[in-house]
Design a protein around this ligand. Sequence first.
Ligand SMILES: CC(C)[C@H](C(=O)O)[C@@H](O)C(=O)O
Ligand code: SF4
Length: 785
Amino acid sequence: MPSDTSTSTPKTLYDKVFEDHIVYKDDSGSYLIYIDRHLIHEVTSPQAFEGLKTAGRTVRRPDCTLATVDHNIPTDSRKNFKSLDTFIKQDDSRVQVQTLEDNVRDFGLTYFGMTDSRQGIVHVVGPEQGFTLPGTTVVCGDSHTSTHGAFGALAFGIGTSEVEHVLATQTLIQAKSKNMRITIEGKLSPGVTSKDLVLHVIGVIGTAGGTGCVIEFAGESIRDLSMEARMSICNMAIEAGARAGMIQPDETTFNYIKDRPLAPKGEEWDKAVSYWKTLKTDEGAKFDYDIKIKASDIVPTITWGNSPQDALPITGKVPDPANFTDPITKKGVEAALKYMGLEPNTPLQDITVDKVFIGSCTNSRIEDLRAAAKVVRGHKKADNVKMAMVVPGSGLVKKQAEREGLDKIFEAAGFVWREAGCSMCLGMNPDILAPYERCASTSNRNFVGRQGALSRTHLMSPAMAAAAGITGKFTDIRNFVYNEDPAQPKIKLDSEDESSALQNAVYNHEKEPLAPGESEDEAIDDHINDVPPSDHVTKQTVDAKEEPPAKAIAMQKFLTLTSIAAPLDRANVDTDAIIPKQFLKTIKRTGLRAGLFYESRFVKDENGNDVPTDFVLNVEPYTKAQILCVTGDNFGCGSSREHAPWALKDFGIRSIIAPSFGDIFYNNSFKNGLLPIRIPQDVIKEKIYPFAVEKKEITIDLPNQQILGPNKEVLVEKFEIEDFRKHCLVNGLDDIGITLEKEKYISAFEEKRKQVFSFLEGGSKLIVPVKGTKKSKYGVKAQEW
Ligand SMILES: CC(C)[C@H](C(=O)O)[C@@H](O)C(=O)O
Ligand code: SF4
């Protein structure tokens, strides 16, 4: 490290960053890579911390971790915030937030809580603070970690078991992904934004298009974009099925980072920039897939269905199932139209909306809010729009917008101005749509039930969502009549005033005034005393200390499995469908059976009770199936929630056969002793699916990598599985235990890193004092400032 550029083989940006992080490579080709930056939020971390405590493990590098709360928190005004107990009314949400506060205190981690204006959506906070840097590896228990790839970082979502792995070892076990490049040739046309660009790309390559790949976005249009616009693109790389999205860092990147609180300073800055300038794809580097898209083909784009790939030009019409020949696609279109309450061939611009949501980690940054405010300025919300909600991505974005008067513009138009959080992007807090409400949303997922049960989501850019709020229907922003009255407040143009000095005046946290005679430490200690310790955490920590530290925790072994297989004739089954968001509000790994495929398995009767449907897992004998046989591509796409494999496992499923899987789901399954098997679609349909339908038992033989029929005849001669994964499953081995045996390699890497990448040292510990994390009362090392 840094990767050797003098050798003859040209490398891609991804190759370089990956190679610079290899701690160890084993004979089977599996890598242990070092993780520079780890972001944490309340939904996917409780079980990870619980695992650490149970095994008596500590956090290896607290300086590499930064925590905040975002998914569960209400977006109501915090002016009268007194405590979590009174502010968060939903019990399960409050427990998750409280559990995170306990954990960051117990492990001495840096945390932006609800009274800290730096709190916000993890993917807004990381870049805003300069925690995200080019050439780093960035992970988070969240699929939209791909956002950070806009800086030339290798950034990807992980499951909760991997969160635990990173906390304990600061590394991850990884296979090398394939290289894909998507070049957008030429310049974007007026009125076309980065959101239109990325929706268009997903419409072209599909939600499984990037599976197994890291996508590098390149070309003139990408180079022309601001950092915030680049983040919106990489954010949605996961929606194209990719492991990560990346953009070569350049002057735009460096200017954005300079002087942010955690950016390297002085000589370290110069050293960093000279390294960052090497982070580009070499001439002649090989891509497994090289796709070119003309910028001139991209127009303002919105989605019509339940997958981000259901993207159409705003000038288009709702698709007609009669035009589709492939039976799975046709069935999917019919189901989506029914769910979305749309008639085939309706012009998109004739469709009226009930609500507008401007926010989410895709589009809640200052430029997004400026673009929306510019549309709204001097207009009034349409009468048919029941509510238009604007949710800034962080407390600092909110403050900046208020300094610019954007809040007043929104409010004058009848839009609602809220506090920072994920909000209606997935509605884990009270911000949800009522059944059948149609929403113009700047978020990234339009899945069934995503914004509330039976909700109807259409994805689009901030300007288009704002325009829908004004006209009451989907609107081509190119035809929108802005109010140009000079008496209206002026709004900065996109990416104007990106000068670092101004940005940082804004994005540095303003500390709360100290009480007379109070020192900073005392102020912090006071706040800690306000946060009541939770009994279960205290107890677990103490218990763990009495136990000798565990090495490898055994997982259930997987050798052979004979069972009937439940047939599922669907494509793009997302993890929101496998386990909807309301079941994520748990701090345990178990008890999720009830939520498995909840929206498919149950409908409500007139008294609001769950009534089972004829979904395959409700039908005998499939209630006892241990195998799921899926015919369509991309099973488990979308969110990183490990709750999906937990729920399948809780139901009794131990193996899933499908043509392809979402990357994070695939990974998460192995960590829980589940075996996902990739088999070509025609083989599934011809050889396995018929037995599933006939309720006949099949056998999966993992040691021999075979699938056998009811009479033990060979259906699949040798399915693929990486050696390392097979080894772990067959022997029931826990990854963390295995990795900890590589301690000497990790330490050696860290020693070198200290010299070569000295500008990464300090990490989140360079943050100015943060409330609530100074002292641990429970024995684990506290953060020092
Ligand atoms: C809660 C989290 C696991 C999830 C994700 O990984 O994406 C969420 O952020 C989402 O957008 O669905
Ligand atoms: S996609 Fe939505 S829920 Fe997920 S992190 Fe982003 S804002 Fe939060």
